[in-house]
Design a protein around this ligand. Structure first.
Ligand code: NAD
Length: 264
């Protein structure tokens, strides 16, 4: 199928480089005709993000740090001025102090708990609300989560707690916006080697374990995550909202590793 996103415009938040999940999503949307705006966090990342965004002919490439409410407001004001309305939003933003993405969850500090929740969870509500105000004809909103929200993953710690709250936010926002024809869903991605992913303590071991013990016996690709986002952001998923959709090679369904995998 071609042109699934023809005539649709939207914002991609969370590209850091060409390994970012948000970049995989942006490419899939652009290939189907979407017009994309991008945000980047700070000048250093901007140097990487700008050429990527330009390669997809993005008309808007804006700095936005979600800890700074003024920069969030400026992003949406610029988008409103340029486009008036949008059709979709991708939120692929997460952060926690990597010194607390190892060891015990019990040792999380108050300061990092709050910061992690604001950046990795509350920012979604904040940008989804602003995006919804620019979707007079309905729209679709997607965020990124991880299975550490419901099951304990070593070292994922406070990010797991933030992802649980992010998933609950997805359901509440879906209920809030549903009557306006705006759908809100989350993709629960299997491990991907990105800047954020590599901040998790012993991430290589966790990635390898999940890949080995998932039903498909492998990791997931940016193209696969992009394809799922394309489905959720296009009219193909018209009746779907409030979902946490796993793209993790099936790892979430496993209780005990397959005996063959244990022998290998
Ligand atoms: P990434 O490092 O490429 O992207 C994370 C993004 O968050 C970066 O672009 C960074 O600039 C942005 N960010 C952090 N703090 C910010 C702030 N204050 N303001 C604005 N932006 C900020 O890594 P990624 O793995 O592509 O992460 C994207 C999303 O996917 C995150 O929510 C992450 O938790 C989630 N996720 C990742 C994995 C994985 O294994 N990599 C698995 C499941 C879910």
């Amino acid at each position: 199928m071609q042109g699934l996103m023809q005539g649709k415009r939207g914002l991609i938040m969370g590209v850091a480089n060409d390994h970012s999940i948000a970049w995989g999503i942006a490419k899939a949307l652009h290939a189907q005709g979407a017009e994309l705006a991008f945000t980047y966090q700070g000048d250093a990342l901007g140097k990487r993000v700008r050429p990527l965004a330009e390669s997809l002919n993005a008309p808007l490439i804006l700095p936005c740090d979600v800890e700074d409410i003024a920069s969030v407001d400026a992003t949406f004001a610029a988008m409103k001025e340029k486009w008036g309305s949008i059709d979709f939003l991708v939120h692929a933003i997460g952060f926690s102090d990597k010194n607390e993405l190892k060891g015990r969850y019990a040792d999380t500090t108050r300061a990092n708990f709050s910061r992690t929740m604001v950046i990795s969870c509350f920012s979604f509500t904040e940008v989804a609300k602003r995006a919804s105000e620019m979707m007079p004809n309905g729209g679709s909103i997607v965020t990124l989560t991880f299975g550490g929200s419901t099951r304990v993953m070593p070292n994922y710690n406070v990010m797991g707690v933030a992802k649980a709250a992010l998933e609950a936010s997805t359901r509440y926002l879906a209920a809030d916006f549903g009557r306006n024809g705006i759908r809100v869903n989350a993709i629960s991605a299997g491990p991907v080697r990105t800047l954020a992913g590599s901040g998790i303590g012993d991430s290589r071991a966790m990635f390898a374990f999940q890949q080995k013990h998932s039903p498909l016996g492998r990791g997931v690709t940016l193209d696969e995550l992009g394809g799922t986002a394309l489905y959720l952001l296009s009219d193909l998923s018209g009746g779907v909202t409030g979902e946490i959709h796993f793209v993790d090679s099936g790892y979430n369904i496993i209780s005990m590793p397959h005996p063959d995998a244990l022998k290998a």
